[in-house]
Unconditional design. Structure first.
Length: 526
């Protein structure tokens, strides 16, 4: 069905060119799932975008080699013919849904557009089809969500919308670039089951690009391992996991966060305390957008974090985890009491609150959306230092270079822009921007979801090291329970804005009391 031969993709760089992909080749048979794995920056996503000529225009990228789909050559194919394939016979799930969805169009209309372009029908039939797609990808209340805009959805819900759009026309080939990155474990299992079902019913082939090797083991028939733009090993999934030949493959399989979390000192001071925190969002309807009701996103949550302690907040997408994190920093309106180092944040004026911002930082879930595309990486990381008047220019430059090194990036990268980095590298930049200020509290909202396992392990080690040296308090929001287990000493389980279970991490992981917690752990850890 699909064949790639000698594919090379060159990017211009300071008067010369850099090969992001070097003479790679692979085949995909009808109904087969081929996984393309490797660390961030290895060329996986560039390969996926090259297939349908979706690399951003104006970048003067040169693609060489052959890409054949059902006998048709795609390299050099006229744009009008490619448009007939895109979203129809070849579907694609993009890595970053917030930048792929139209921010000023309701999600129902965006899915209908995909259907109308290739398979026009009546509005009633199209609407019914959209509702069915949303149900199949696990969107609750699809009739209401059809009228939602992307910013009104959680990260996991946006990812599910992207999946619905990709499978809407039942493609022959689905290119899935990190399709489950932003999904919690229970929804992840639903989506993987859906993809397997479509493969079996329709004979759909899948090119699965992921850093999650547990998904590869469960889904893939064959695996191609990429490093530095080259494929270093190709084998059946069974052979690759049982008998990896290349040293790089062996390293990938062995890499995962290890070791216990750092215990907090019993006499450590309390950094943050929340009492009965609630967040309600208005529901507006009618021509004049009057408030007709409210959604309870966070319902009366209590928590406490001490210096040197990590509180893990887990739960399905849409459970209120990210909203809770924003409320604790007073980035969204809330009721209840939030006390940071003895000061009531709810009572502070904006000017007084700003002076505390340096000591409480956040790493956002979507690194691409939170990094300015017009600023270099050095400017992005140094922006907080300038805003808080920390050091002179040469000292700030040294701090920026040190922060880049701490998160595993070369100091020379400070002159580059966010679009020149992979998704995982952008996440590391976001972490560097937060830790360069040496805060007392760091809220990490899915900080490792876009990272491959080897880098996840590095980030966990980095966070532990920073915590040990500086007594940092972390609130770690994640659906990746393996990472939470390696970092958190306390765990708070959320569902529908409420606390389901709360307590020491060891007790939660070994003897959960609630059925919902047991289901989460079973899906994540087997």
């Amino acid at each position: 069905m699909f064949s790639v031969r000698d594919l090379t993709v060159d990017f211009p760089s300071h008067g010369s060119s850099v090969a992001a992909v070097r003479r790679i080749g692979f085949d995909i048979m009808p109904g087969e799932i081929l996984a393309l794995v490797g660390e961030s920056g290895s060329g996986k996503s560039v390969t996926a975008l090259s297939i349908l000529d979706l690399i951003p225009p104006g970048s003067q990228v040169r693609t060489r080699g052959s890409i054949r789909f059902q006998g048709q050559e795609l390299v050099g194919m006229p744009p009008s013919e490619l448009r007939r394939l895109r979203g129809n016979r070849i579907g694609m799930i993009f890595q970053e849904p917030m930048t792929s969805l139209n921010p000023i169009q309701q999600i129902g209309r965006q899915i209908i557009e995909i259907l109308e372009v290739h398979r026009p029908s009546s509005e009633k039939l199209l609407t019914d089809k959209v509702l069915d797609l949303l149900r199949r990808v696990g969107i609750q209340e699809p009739e209401r969500r059809m009228r939602s805009y992307p910013h009104e959805l959680s990260g996991g819900q946006r990812q599910r919308v992207m999946i619905a759009m990709a499978i809407a026309n039942q493609p022959d080939l689905l290119i899935a670039d990190e399709p489950t990155t932003a999904l919690d474990v229970t929804v992840q299992a639903q989506i993987l089951a859906l993809l397997r079902d479509m493969r079996e019913r329709l004979g759909m082939a899948v090119l699965l690009i992921t850093h999650d090797l547990s998904i590869v083991r469960a889904m893939a028939d064959r695996v191609a391992v990429m490093r530095h733009g080259e494929i270093v090993e190709t084998a059946s999934a069974a052979d690759l996991f049982d008998r990896p030949r290349h040293s790089y493959t062996q390293m990938l399989l062995a890499a995962e966060p290890k070791g216990p979390p750092l215990p907090a000192r019993p006499d450590a001071p309390e950094i943050l305390r929340a009492d009965a925190v609630q967040v309600r969002f208005p529901i507006r309807s009618g021509v004049f957008r009057r408030v007709t009701g409210h959604v309870q996103a966070v319902a009366g949550i209590d928590l406490s974090v001490r210096a040197g302690e990590t509180l893990g907040v887990v739960g399905e997408s849409g459970s209120g985890k990210s909203t809770l994190g924003l409320a604790l920093l007073r980035l969204v309106s809330s009721t209840g009491a939030v006390t940071f180092v003895g000061q009531n944040l709810q009572a502070l004026k904006a000017r007084d609150l700003r002076t505390l911002r340096r000591e409480m930082q956040i790493v956002f879930q979507d690194p691409y959306g939170s990094l300015s595309p017009r600023m270099t990486v050095g400017e992005i990381i140094g922006e907080g230092l300038r805003a808080h008047g920390m050091g002179k220019a040469d000292e700030r430059a040294r701090l920026v270079e040190h922060a880049l090194g701490e998160v595993g990036l070369e100091p020379s990268m400070r002159e580059r822009y966010p679009h020149e980095f992979s998704g995982g590298q952008r996440q590391r930049i976001a972490i560097a921007r937060a830790i360069v200020l040496r805060p007392k509290l760091l809220i990490l909202d899915e900080p490792t979801s876009a990272l491959d396992r080897s880098v996840q392990a590095q980030i966990v080690d980095l966070l532990r090291d920073l915590q040990a040296r500086h007594g940092l308090a972390y609130i770690f929001i994640s659906h990746d329970l393996r990472v939470v287990r390696a970092l958190a000493s306390e765990v708070l389980v959320m569902r529908d804005g409420k606390v389901v279970e709360q307590g020491p991490a060891e007790r939660i992981f070994t003897a959960p009391r609630e059925d919902y917690t047991k289901a989460l752990l079973a899906a994540a850890l087997g």
